[in-house]
Design a protein around this ligand. Structure first.
Ligand SMILES: Nc1ncnc2c1ncn2[C@@H]1O[C@H](COP(=O)(O)OP(=O)(O)OP(=O)(O)O)[C@@H](O)[C@H]1O
Ligand SMILES: [Mg+2]
Length: 394
């Protein structure tokens, strides 16, 4: 699905270019102080920022000619995919022989200019193994191109939803590793970048996969610096992708870190169920994944029916239960009832470490585990048992 404003707040789109310039400038100014908290946190893991500080803000620039050559003049044979902002090509850089993914933004998209700027700045400042690496960019004339590390296995969306039968089935262990890795990327943005960064565009097509399905978050054009000081939220026009947007953000434009946690819950649900966030080909009650899942969360007997049929019953029943419990907490309607991403990382890292051997442990639908939700947050039980459908989303 295309990137789009996810509510009817289109009136704000008509803002004057002067105002827009000011907002761009604000973004640049605000971005300067972004640093990795881990610099002063000796207790953090080895996943520290590779390059930190303003001396690394400048990303490498590429001449348009080099990128045109790398992609055989943006030929269709090099095309990897197309999103809301433009096309993505695979290419080989002449200077380094490096294989890269080159995103050519639509030049007529006024909106894209700001996203281009934010993407370059964010990815120049933020570095983590679970964030895609920006090799550089090209802004020659009116060209706007972004050069990323090439992710050989494409996006999670490709594997879950696009002709899944034509690809190797994503096994349960792999799914949990992808979920845990994506959560770690988000944790870095929320808890280790300073000020925190709200990603705002978490969805399966923005989770790219490297060797061995190692996940990395991509597309930071919508990312926002989070609230600082006593502020609890930042106010912004509503952008994102329908189906992933937290209900309170869609309704009020008030953005918090918990908006990302909601989107993460939707992605986790997609990973578990194999269903799309929004699927108009399904019957009315099943088109919105969260609205479909909420009543089922309340009945453990239904859990086995929520598992992706592509798994063919090859999953650990307890693992399925626990993963669904995490997803249920993340998509709670009340933002303050959702867990912190750090707690999600703890739970999913544990689930990813529990190796399930598909062929030796066949699972029957009725084989349900005892009710032991993961200890992700202090008030996990309360969170799990509350719920209620989000009419706004359905
Ligand atoms: N670094 C990369 N390496 C390999 N493939 C990539 C890379 N970046 C993007 N792609 C491929 O290109 C496709 C299009 O990506 P793009 O980010 O433009 O759009 P999208 O994520 O599908 O939608 P949206 O514009 O709403 O974010 C992706 O789904 C993915 O398959
Ligand atoms: Mg994308």
């Amino acid at each position: 699905m295309r990137w789009l404003p996810c509510s009817g707040n289109s009136n704000t789109k008509t803002s004057k270019s002067k105002k827009k310039k000011k907002m761009e400038q604000m973004t640049v100014d605000q971005l300067k102080p972004v640093s990795d908290k881990s610099r002063t946190d000796s207790s953090s893991s080895g996943e520290t920022s590779k390059r930190q500080g303003s001396e690394h803000v400048a990303a490498q620039t590429f001449p348009f000619r080099e990128l045109a050559m790398a992609t055989k003049n943006f030929s269709s044979e090099c095309l990897l995919g197309e999103g809301g902002f433009g096309r993505v090509y695979k290419g080989r850089l002449e200077s380094t022989n490096q294989i890269v993914a080159i995103k050519q933004l639509d030049r007529n998209g006024l909106q894209g200019n700001r996203e281009f700027l934010v993407e370059v700045l964010m990815l120049s400042l933020l570095h983590h193994p679970n964030l895609v690496n920006l090799s550089g960019y090209c802004a020659d004339g009116d060209q706007r191109l972004l050069v990323y590390e090439y992710m050989p296995l494409g996006s999670l969306e490709d594997h879950l939803h696009e002709n899944p039968g034509s690809k190797k089935r994503l096994e349960w262990n792999t799914r949990m590793r992808i979920a845990a890795g994506a959560a770690k990327g988000l944790e870095y943005l929320h808890d280790r970048a300073s000020p925190p960064v709200i990603y705002r565009d978490l969805k399966c097509s923005n989770i790219l996969l490297g060797e061995e399905y190692f996940p990395k978050l991509s597309d930071f054009g919508l990312a926002k610096l989070g609230p600082v000081g006593d502020n609890t939220h930042v106010s912004t026009r509503v952008m994102g992708t329908y189906g992933y947007c937290a209900p309170e953000y869609a309704m009020t434009g008030q953005l918090t870190l918990k908006s990302d946690v909601y989107s993460f819950g939707v992605v986790l649900l997609e990973i578990i169920t194999g269903r799309r966030a929004i699927d108009n080909s399904r019957s009315a009650g099943e088109q919105n994944l969260v609205a479909w899942a909420r009543p089922l969360f309340k009945d453990r007997k239904m859990f086995s029916q929520m598992a992706d049929p592509m798994l063919q019953g090859q999953y650990p029943p307890r693992g399925l239960f626990q993963a669904l419990a995490v997803a249920a907490m993340c998509v709670q309607e009340q933002p303050n009832m959702r867990p912190l991403i750090a707690d999600v990382v703890t739970a999913l890292t544990y689930l990813a470490s529990q190796k399930f051997k598909p062929d030796t442990q066949p699972v029957r639908g009725s084989n349900l585990p005892p009710a032991t939700p993961p200890r992700t947050t202090r008030d996990r039980d309360k969170k799990l048992n509350s719920g209620g459908g989000s009419e706004r989303l359905s």
